[in-house]
Ligand binder design. Structure first.
Ligand code: FAD
Length: 515
């Protein structure tokens, strides 16, 4: 009897879903001409929009929308709002999400890159009325192009991601973090103003002084409140070169202690501090990526990893230019003085500022050439409170990742200062002054994907069982209860803002928060 009931229920749900999908598809065909002419529905385009960098989730939209103007996007959102059953709309920047966040099942994916032509990046070097240099940038632009435009004027954005082929709208919808975050905060802390089209189709300019509720909602808002069409990004003077260092540790406490020391120096004395601090692990799971290190040193690094199982690496950078070149050696010496890395295991490169910022692109080119870029990416990104990071070292790095026969990929670990984040924004962080970014980034074949996903689950379960109090960055796969837990005290406000700016739950359905 119970089985018949469940089967009937499933049948009703399936039929209803099918009817809703058909109703949405039919409605799209009734769209005004100016919308129709920007819709693309060929199978290849649909199939491209149904996947992302993760290659884990696949959701077919009914159509892709290629806007030429911001008005086109506003028209599309207003049209969806006009229907009895609105269709979901997802802005797609570079689709470098890994869990379907930029998809819209049975809805419309807005190809933001279609907007790019003729808009570009406008650098205002004298800062105009703002009095500080900035760049006005389309939400669809990618950060490498922002860098190039700023560098032409001797300027640069202050806060970065490790990889620059991500869209401005995409990273501002999350946070945008890297080794500069401890100093300047995430990218969302370095925005003066946004142009947004809300879930009601309204075009709004917002900042901390003007429509501030929308401004705060959108930054770190996972695309839930509006589509960013323009952002005013803070700029500062650009260095020309960097000293790029890696220091190897065989002890986690000394590694994290030194990282925290390094991110504290700038608070005391900015001129002697590092400009970038990250860190990562080298687990004894060959093949090891030792491409950074001189050929002659690779054997002794390999022995160190074999001896200790895990080696922890601080990556730090000191910027310089013509005016500071003559004392950069002393600056670096001062910076590493007293640090507890394994003696003689400090390695240094001297590269241009752009080469350093764009470093992941070189890895991308290498991986692409080996056919290892367009593969599944079961990534897991966590923010761990400082007080529990050594538990993560013991319980996750050593007890799970080192023991299991699964390639650990790249494991990034570095602390940031919470004071550089604005709690009014939608992004969530642990509730401690310092928290650690822990990014477990790996690539695999389809046949091994399940094992990787299982290990990610095991890591999340460890965190839950041990009350680690971490927050997921680029969060994924959550039930309603899990989303409430994720946002914690911010959930009520997040929901209120959704009600205000996207009351019919149209935007970014791929995040799976309100649908
Ligand atoms: P998409 O995947 O296209 O979209 C992501 C979400 O934002 C979706 O919900 C989408 O609907 C929404 N969205 C997209 N554009 C807009 C817009 N204009 N307005 C409103 N909402 C929008 N992140 C870091 O913080 N630091 C890193 O160092 C870092 N390194 C990375 C390296 C690689 C190789 C990859 C693949 C990702 C990395 N990320 C990093 C993660 C990245 O920041 C996010 O996945 C980001 O969302 C990617 O931008 P995108 O343009 O591809 O966004």
């Amino acid at each position: 009897m119970a089985r018949i009931f469940v089967l009937t229920l499933w049948l009703i749900i399936a039929v209803t879903m099918r009817h809703i999908a058909e109703a949405k598809e039919w409605s799209l065909l009734q769209a005004p001409t100016e919308i129709q002419q920007r819709l693309i529905r060929d199978p290849l385009s649909i199939s491209l929009a149904s996947t992302d960098y993760g290659h884990i989730i696949h959701q077919n939209p009914t159509a892709i929308f290629a806007p030429i103007s911001v008005t086109d996007i506003s028209n599309l959102i207003q049209f969806s709002n006009s229907l009895p059953i609105p269709f979901g709309i997802a802005a797609r920047g570079q689709a470098h999400s890994v869990h379907g966040q930029s998809m819209a099942r049975d809805g419309v994916v807005v190809n933001m890159t279609a907007l790019r032509e003729g808009r570009g990046v406008v650098v205002v070097a004298d800062g105009g009325a703002l009095g500080r240099p900035y760049a006005d940038v389309g939400g669809e632009e990618i950060w490498i192009d922002v860098l190039h435009a700023a560098l032409k004027r001797g300027l640069t954005p202050l806060s970065w991601t490790d990889y620059l082929y991500l869209s401005v709208g995409g990273t501002l919808s999350n946070a945008g973090i890297s080794g500069q975050t401890f100093l300047f905060g995430p990218q969302i802390s370095n925005v003066h103003e946004l142009h947004v089209i809300t879930g009601k189709g309204e075009r709004v300019t917002c900042s901390t002084d003007n429509n501030k509720e929308l401004f705060y909602a959108v930054l770190g808002g996972l695309g839930q409140f509006g589509i960013i069409t323009r952002a005013r990004i803070a700029l500062g003077p650009a260095p020309t070169r960097v000293k790029w260092l890696r220091l190897l540790y065989n002890n986690f406490t000394e590694f994290s202690g030194d990282q925290e020391h390094l991110i504290a120096i700038n608070g005391r004395n900015e001129t002697i501090g590092a400009n970038y601090v990250e860190g990562f692990l080298l687990l004894n799971k060959p093949p090891l990526d030792l491409s950074f290190y001189p050929e002659a040193d690779k054997p002794r690094i390999t022995s160190l990893v074999t001896q200790y199982g895990i080696i922890y690496i601080i990556e730090l950078v000191k910027y310089y230019d013509n005016t500071t070149q003559h004392h950069v050696h002393e600056d670096v010496a001062l910076l590493v003085q007293g640090l507890k890395f394994v003696p003689t295991f400090m390695f240094e490169k001297d590269v241009s500022y752009e080469e350093f910022l764009n470093r992941v692109h070189f890895d991308e080119l290498a991986l692409r050439s080996q056919g290892l870029w367009e593969v599944p990416h079961p990534w897991l990104n966590l923010f761990v409170p400082r007080s529990r990071i050594s538990d993560v070292d013991e319980g996750v790095f050593k007890a799970i990742m080192l023991k299991q026969n699964i390639n650990p990929g790249i494991v990034i670990v570095y602390p940031v200062n919470r004071s550089k984040w604005d709690d009014n924004m939608s992004a969530v962080t642990p509730n401690e002054d310092i928290f650690y970014v822990v990014s477990i980034l790996r690539a695999t074949n389809f046949d091994k994907l399940e094992a990787f996903e299982a290990q990610n689950q095991q890591i999340l379960q460890f965190c839950e069982d041990n009350g680690i109090g971490m927050k997921q960055y680029l969060p994924q796969n959550k039930t309603h209860e899990e989303w409430m837990l994720h946002f914690g005290p911010k959930w009520t406000l997040f929901k209120q803002r959704k009600q205000e700016f996207d009351p019919r739950n149209i935007l970014s359905p791929g995040q799976g928060i309100f649908n």
